[in-house]
Design a protein around this ligand. Structure first.
Ligand code: FES
Length: 135
């Protein structure tokens, strides 16, 4: 059973925005998308920017440094699903926002699963294709 940590109150995170919170030894980005809260690892796996400060649109957050996009619903990198970031569970209790202290989707587990299925591709919202030449 996961432990949940109180991080904020409903209304502390503006709609369409994210905010980062320290939870144990991690920093978690929590997003408010039209009243639906989602949480992923705040640290961009590219070079470590805070994803909470990125631009959020249609369940995708764009990293503020180099524009990598992540689906905040499942943590997938929109240009290549084999790269993931951790996803955390959110619970709303009255006006309190709680987040699981451990990820419910672990990036490493997803990477292993993708290697087995070799599904590849992008998230359902992404229109771009894999392009790693400029990274
Ligand atoms: S640090 Fe996020 S895309 Fe480079």
């Amino acid at each position: 059973m996961e432990d949940f940590v109180l991080v904020a109150k409903v209304g502390d995170i503006e709609p369409g925005k994210g905010k980062s919170f320290e939870v144990g030894d991690r920093v978690i980005a929590i997003f408010n998308e039209d009243g639906v809260y989602r949480a992923i690892d705040d640290m961009c796996p590219h070079m470590g920017a805070s994803l909470a400060t990125g631009f959020l649109e249609q369940s995708e957050v764009s990293c503020p440094w180099h524009g990598w996009r992540f689906d905040i619903r499942d943590g997938s990198w929109c240009d290549n699903r084999t790269l993931k970031t951790d996803v955390f569970e959110i619970r709303i209790d009255g006006d309190q926002i709680l987040v699981s202290s451990a990820p419910v989707i672990k990036a490493k587990d997803q990477l292993d699963a993708n290697k087995e299925s070799e599904s590849g591709g992008g998230c359902e919202n992404c229109q771009s294709t894999k392009d790693t030449d400029d990274e």
